[in-house]
Structures are given as structure tokens and as C-alpha cells.
Design a protein around this ligand. Structure first.
Ligand SMILES: C[S@@+](CC[C@H](N)C(=O)[O-])C[C@H]1O[C@@H](n2cnc3c(N)ncnc32)[C@H](O)[C@@H]1O
Length: 204
């Protein structure tokens, strides 16, 4: 019964993502990460990892605090990656070593400012030299359509912020912060804020 509920919960999440075009936004994130075959990829807040097929064969590690989402990810992709039903912590960073790419898709708008800062600092310690991080979040933007703003207001994340606030948090930790607004179109009515982060300040 519990396995069935896990599957149903994950399936509902994926369906809701497809309805607002959020799956297309994930595809753009994977393209921005530009992972190569054989690389080590860390995905924090991976959920059911439904975009894993978009990645080339790689050493993938997915973390999520939601047991049901991790159960669904393991069931579908257990042969493609390692999944952890726990938050990513300093001890993981020491045990697993460094990664070529880090995905924080749909995560930062679930965390308060202090949590975002400490997570980004932990991510920096988990990056190989030259590694890249891609983030994607529900956010508020000037000129956002009424529909996209309404979807953003209803997001489950408690910390949906103006895009500029995400950027300034990232700029505190990374030298290079490239940003893009994804969505707010007919096919992708929700709008998302993507950031590509490189060159940690602590490494310069
Ligand atoms: C909006 S979902 C995104 C899932 C997936 N990355 C995607 O893009 O579809 C956010 C996920 O972050 C997880 N989460 C929230 N806080 C977390 C934390 N501190 N550590 C790891 N996962 C967390 C939630 O359980 C949820 O599955």
C-alpha cells in the first residue's frame, strides 16, 4: 500500500509539472549544465528525477528529503543512479568527493535565505575545479504575466522570491552568475528563474 501511495504521489507531481510546462524548463537546465558521458553529477532535491533520461550515461547521485519521491526515483531509475532519502550534508561531501555538475532544480525556493547560503557553500565544496551548477526556481519578475504570477503565488515553496534576490544570494558565493527567465509562454505558462553558477568566490 505504501509503495502504491509513493508511486501515486510521484506520478501526480510529474503530471502537475508537465501541465505547467515545467518539464521543458528542466530540459533547458540539463542543456545548460551540458553534462558529458561519464561525468559525476549531484542532484539535490531531485524528487522523482523524471528528467534523468535527458542526461547522458553518468555517475548520478540524487538526494531528496521526501521518502516517497526517492522511492519513485529508485523504482524507475535505480539502475541509472544512486538515490538518498536525506538532505545533502557535509558528511556526504566528504564521502562522495567532488562533482562535475550540480543540479538544484526547484529547490532554493523551498529554503530560507540562511539555508540557501549554507547549501550553496556546501555545494562549492562539492565542485571539481571548472564545475558548473544549474538552479531553477519559481520566482517573481517585473513584467511577469498575471497567469505566471498566480501560479508562482500558489507554489508549494515557502520562499518564492523576486528573481533579483536569488541572483544576489548566488553572487555572494559565485563570481560568475548567468541568469535566464524560462517560460511564461503558452506552452509553458509557469515562469522559472534559471541560474548557471561558476567560479566559486572561495576558490579565487
Ligand atoms: C519542486 S521539487 C523539485 C524536484 C525535482 N528536482 C524537479 O525539478 O522536478 C523540490 C524537492 O526538493 C525537496 N527538498 C526540499 N528541501 C530539501 C532539502 N533540504 N534537501 C533535499 N531535498 C529537499 C522536496 O522534497 C522536493 O522533492
Amino acid at each position: 500500500m505504501s509503495a502504491w501511495l509513493d508511486r501515486a504521489q510521484a506520478a501526480l507531481y510529474v503530471l502537475s509539472q508537465r501541465l505547467v510546462g515545467a518539464d521543458l524548463a528542466r530540459e533547458q537546465c540539463v542543456a545548460a549544465l551540458a553534462p558529458r558521458a561519464g561525468q559525476r553529477i549531484l542532484d539535490i532535491g531531485c524528487g522523482p528525477a523524471y528528467y534523468l533520461n535527458a542526461l547522458p550515461p553518468c555517475e548520478y547521485h540524487g538526494f531528496d528529503t521526501d521518502r516517497a519521491q526517492i522511492a519513485a526515483a529508485r523504482e524507475r531509475f535505480g539502475d541509472r543512479g544512486t538515490f538518498y532519502s536525506e538532505p545533502y550534508m557535509s558528511s556526504h561531501c566528504e564521502q562522495l568527493g567532488q562533482f562535475d555538475g550540480v543540479m538544484l532544480l526547484g529547490l532554493l525556493h523551498h529554503l530560507d535565505d540562511a539555508e540557501c547560503k549554507s547549501l550553496l557553500e556546501l555545494v562549492v565544496r562539492s565542485m571539481k575545479p571548472g564545475a558548473r551548477v544549474v538552479t531553477l526556481d519559481t520566482a517573481f519578475f517585473p513584467g511577469q504575466s498575471g497567469l505566471a504570477a498566480a501560479i508562482a503565488r500558489r507554489d508549494r515553496g515557502k520562499f518564492v522570491r523576486p528573481a533579483e534576490q536569488f541572483r544576489s544570494m548566488a553572487e555572494g558565493v559565485f563570481e560568475r552568475v548567468e541568469t535566464r527567465i524560462v517560460g511564461d509562454t503558452l506552452r509553458m505558462p509557469a515562469s522559472h528563474f534559471m541560474m548557471v553558477l561558476e567560479r566559486p568566490r572561495s576558490a579565487s
